[in-house]
Design a protein around this ligand. Structure first.
Ligand code: RAT
Ligand code: ZN
Length: 431
């Protein structure tokens, strides 16, 4: 019988059904750096923004001979031309980020092989940004994207200060890195915004910081609060970071029923000459995440880790804590070989109770390639996983496939956020 079922799988029917379920499921993209069109010049799109993406800047410098300084002195189109030459004309655009530009341009209907940047620019210039945003969301089959919104970003502050009509497909995320990681200098900025805060966390300061967070939560209506953390992050520890987390951020999250997203393992500015492209990674100590899940059983944590070495441990941790939701293949792990490995492992350890991916897109057009490429890998992984299941006698119906794929592409995140507050360490799943 086992043989007959696996033959049925190999005739391609199940694999086709999986492919079409993955292709047709709209995605909730839970972490991006995109902006609602109302943010005007903060919205990045078009060929030059695609080419000067910091992932490509890092790769181009491996070929450039010019100095960092001379590169940064160039205009955006000039930088784009150098990157185009180094990564697309002098070599095949084989890396994930470079191939992504090709996927994107092709799906937008542009003939990439003509190598005609001025013509491509002209094509983009004919679009109205708002229409282009909707076009990309539709092409990528993305229903909603979550922005990264920083109360400490002066450009953003200006937009939030005036009321505007929000795009229905853009949600917000409250990004708190400066407050959590660098309170000393952030304090001055918060004070200049009208809050009576001091360098030490007195009662008054704590209550003002809580007021600050409440105000921003009301203003932007975020889906979650969020921080990225270095590999050295330790909890508990005798640090300002822990004091801010314990007395300000987590009490606020509990009060406002906001999940707290932690992105662990980034080493900022390993090479500061590269600007935004200069960040690296390191292995995190996930015991800290474990301690936080234990310390705050009522708080929902979302987590993604940058180092490949941490991925297995993170899955095991999520089996122990149902207040922990694993999401995405972050940044340097957002490459097909690692997405495949991570998604297979997560399915094997967590079933469908995680979010397979977030795009981290900074340029609107990138939604197309980031999701096309992810869908390709997720399809492959699911074909293998359901193939194994089918060979032992369980073939999913189309409705079941749709339900499961939806869970991976945003549904499981929604369910996690909806969960009641009765979260405590899982007993039944412990192993
Ligand atoms: O992936 C990226 O674009 C990085 O530069 C980071 O922004 C990272 O995703 C983050 O959110 O810190
Ligand atoms: Zn990001």
């Amino acid at each position: 019988m086992t043989k007959r079922v696996s033959e049925r799988f190999s005739d391609g029917k199940l694999s086709q059904r999986i492919a079409s379920a993955v292709a047709s499921t709209p995605i909730r993209d839970i972490h991006t750096h995109l902006y609602d069109p109302a943010f005007g010049k903060l919205v990045l799109w078009g060929i030059d923004d695609l080419l000067v993406y910091h992932y490509l800047v890092a790769e181009s410098f491996r070929h450039f001979e010019l100095s960092y300084e001379n590169f940064w002195a160039l205009t955006k189109p000039q930088q784009a031309e150098l990157i185009w030459r180094a990564l697309f004309l002098e070599h095949a655009p084989i890396s994930e980020a470079a191939r992504g530009v090709i996927t994107t341009l092709n799906r937008l209907g542009l003939d990439v092989r003509k190598n005609d940047l001025p013509k491509i620019r002209k094509w983009f210039n004919a679009w109205h940004p708002k229409d282009f945003v909707d076009h990309c969301l539709d092409l990528a089959n993305v229903s909603t994207v979550c922005m990264t919104n920083s109360p400490f970003d002066v450009d953003e502050q200006g937009v939030w200060a005036n009321s505007f009509k929000r795009h229905p497909r853009f949600e917000s995320g409250l990004r708190l890195d400066p407050l959590i990681l660098n309170y000393k200098s952030t304090m001055r900025q918060i004070r200049s915004m009208g809050y009576e805060v001091n360098p030490t966390l007195t009662r008054k300061t704590v209550s003002e910081l809580r007021r600050f967070l409440r105000d921003w939560t009301t203003r932007i209506d975020p889906r979650y609060a969020m921080v990225s953390l270095p590999p050295t992050f330790k909890y508990p520890s005798d640090s300002m970071t822990q004091r801010i987390l314990d007395s300000v951020v987590l009490p606020h999250c509990v009060e406002a029923d906001l999940p707290f997203a932690m992105m662990l393992g980034v080493r900022r500015q390993v090479n500061s000459e590269l600007g935004m492209a200069g960040d690296g990674l390191g292995v995190s100590n996930l015991r800290s995440l474990e301690n936080m899940c234990l310390q705050y059983p009522q708080q929902k944590f979302l987590a993604t880790v940058l180092s490949r070495e941490n991925q297995h441990e993170l899955c095991v941790l999520a089996r122990k804590f149902r207040n922990l939701h694993v999401f995405g293949c972050w940044w340097f792990t957002n490459i097909p070989s690692i997405i495949e490995e991570m998604t297979s492992m997560r399915l094997e350890l967590l079933g469908f109770s995680f979010t397979a991916q977030h795009s981290d897109a900074r340029v609107v057009d990138q939604l197309i390639y980031k999701w096309d490429h992810t869908r390709e890998v997720v399809t492959k992984v699911l074909q293998k996983a359901y193939g194994s299941l089918s060979s032992v006698g369980w073939e999913p119906t189309n409705a079941e496939l749709q339900r499961d794929v939806q869970a991976l592409l945003g549904g499981s995140f929604e369910e996690f956020c909806r969960h009641g507050s009765n979260l405590s360490p899982s007993k039944t799943m412990s192993q």
